[in-house]
Structures are given as C-alpha cells and as structure tokens.
Design a protein around this ligand. Structure first.
Ligand code: NAP
Length: 272
C-alpha cells in the first residue's frame, strides 16, 4: 500500500505555486494544504477528480506570526500526527513585489513591510513551526523555499524583494546546518526557479523605466521567448523535490534547457 504524502504550499492560487499544486494533487494518496489570499476553484475541482485531499486557507501572509501559529495547530491535529506519511514537505512559494518597483528611497515603509512579511518573515515562521512540530515524525521531511536570482546578484529598484530573497537563502543555509546534525533532520533547499512566465514577470516588464531601469531587459526576455512556462518550471521543481539528493546543496537553481540561440554570447541579466 502506498503511504500518503503531506504537502503545504504557500502562494498556491496562481503562477508557479498553482502549477506545482496541480502536480501534487495528481499524486494520490496525498493531502495538500494550499495557502493564499484568494481561493482557486480549479484546484478544488482537480482534487475532486483525483481523490486528493485538499485543504485551502484564504490567508494573508503579511500576518506571518499568525501563519506560523496556525500551521503548528493544523499539524498537531491527530489525523496528521497519527498518520504514517510517505513524506511531509513545506513549500514556501508565496512572495510579492512592491506595487511599484522603485529605488529604496522612494519605496514606502508599508511597501517594505509587506514584501518582507510575505517574502521573508512568513517563510521563517512557517519553516520554524513546521520543523518544531514534525521533528519526531518518522517520515522524510523537506522544506523547499522559493528564492531568486536577485538574492544572489543586485539590481536597482528591487531592494525590498531582493533583501527578502537573500534572507531566505541565508535562513535556509543556517537551518540546513542545524538539521544535518539531527537523527531525522529535514532536508532544506532555497531554489531560484529561473525566469518563469507569471504575473510577477509581467509586473517587472510593465514597470516604467524611470522607476525600474531593467524593465527593458525583462521585455527583451519576454519578447525573445525566454520565459519558462509555469508547467515546465513546476515539473522541474517536483523532480528536484523527489530527487534523493534534494537538500544536499541548500542553495540551488533551476537551469533552463540549453537553446540553440543561447549559444550566442549572452546578455547578462539577473533573474527576478
Ligand atoms: P506570482 O505569480 O506573483 O504568484 C504569487 C503567489 O503568492 C500567488 O499565489 C499569491 O496569491 C501569493 N501571495 C502574494 N501575496 C500574498 C499574501 N499577502 N498572502 C498570501 N499569499 C500571497 O509569483 P510567481 O512568479 O508564481 O512566483 C512564485 C515564487 O517564485 C515566488 O517566491 C517568486 O519570488 C519566485 N520567483 C519567481 C520568478 C519568476 O520569474 N516568476 C523568478 C524568480 C523567483 P494571492 O494573490 O491569492 O494571495
């Protein structure tokens, strides 16, 4: 008998998180907790079709501390603690850009707060509470944190988002060191997914150049067909999560398939 798997995915309502959740819902037996501000009816329909168990929280991750407490409570329920799981995984995928990409001096305190709460504080709270409650569970435990090329190379007008992602990277490195010392330590990885065709990309390329000088590079990536589809990126993410070597390197990136035209000298563009 195949044991069920348990997955918690933030930002599951659209973009990469939605595509990834769709894949998870097809690997029954499975229990998925999908978290985002908006409900996604197609996910519920897919769960009905596949027989997956899907719980959905419409929750604003700006309240990161509350998110951690709620997850702790949810995981402490008897049908979670008493189940023999195939694996239990947290995927911290949700993130946001400020409404307008601008230099730090023009970015409001409220915008910084939102980006840091959703993109950094929430992953930290959720990961910490997930590791706390599952530490004695016998199943393999994994945490996949969505990072970004911008955590690793600087770009003007992305300070809030890039700082959040750099924080995610370093948080992940530290947790990896802690977990490797434990008997059934979790495997953790911060993954930069590449340039993926989502709302976030659209916002970057549609930004005004006087605010965000790199907007033209994002328009170029889009116009030259260099964006990865959400389905392809999600499938590569799942392959990585399933890989026996998942977490052996706490910092990772999804590499695009080599394309004939990319053998020409490349323009160096940091990925969002
Ligand atoms: P996206 O299309 O903008 O989707 C973001 C997801 O996060 C949505 O499901 C959204 O759901 C959720 N979210 C945003 N604010 C939230 C809040 N306050 N509370 C709860 N959920 C919230 O982003 P994406 O492009 O799929 O990105 C997925 C991940 O990959 C992110 O971590 C991003 O930084 C990273 N990434 C993306 C790219 C790219 O090229 N797309 C590149 C590098 C890294 P609701 O609006 O329903 O709340």
């Amino acid at each position: 008998m195949t044991l069920p798997a348990l997955y918690i995915v933030t930002g599951a309502s659209r973009g990469l998180g939605e595509a990834f959740t769709r894949l998870l819902l097809q690997r029954t037996p499975v229990h998925v907790l999908a978290i985002a501000r908006h409900a996604n009816a197609q996910l519920a329909q897919l769960a009905d079709e596949t027989g997956a168990r899907l719980d959905r929280w419409q929750f604003d991750l700006r309240d990161a501390k509350e998110a951690g407490s709620l997850l702790l409570e949810w995981l402490a329920q008897p049908d979670r603690t008493n189940t023999a799981w195939r694996e239990v995984c947290l995927i911290n995928n949700a993130a946001t850009l400020p409404t307008v990409l601008q230099s730090a001096s023009d970015t409001s305190s409220e915008a910084f707060e939102t980006v840091l709460q959703v993109g950094l504080h929430a992953p930290i709270m959720l990961t910490s509470r997930f590791l706390e409650i599952t530490q004695d569970w016998p199943a393999p435990r994994k945490v996949l944190n969505l990072s970004s090329g911008l955590a690793r190379s600087a770009m003007a007008s992305t300070a809030a988002y890039s700082a959040a992602k750099a924080g995610v990277d370093h948080f992940t490195r530290c947790v990896a060191r802690e977990e490797e010392r434990k008997p059934n330590g979790a495997r953790v990885c911060a993954l930069a997914p590449g340039v993926v065709d989502t709302d976030m990309q659209q916002q970057m390329r549609e930004s005004a150049e006087q605010d965000f000088p790199d907007a033209k590079n994002f328009r170029f990536l889009h116009a030259s067909g260099r964006l990865t589809s959400v389905e392809t990126a999600a499938s590569r993410m799942l392959t990585l999560l399933d890989s026996p070597s998942f977490g052996s390197e706490p910092i990772s990136e999804l590499r695009a398939e080599p394309r004939a035209e990319s053998r020409a000298p490349a323009r160096t563009i940091a990925k969002p």
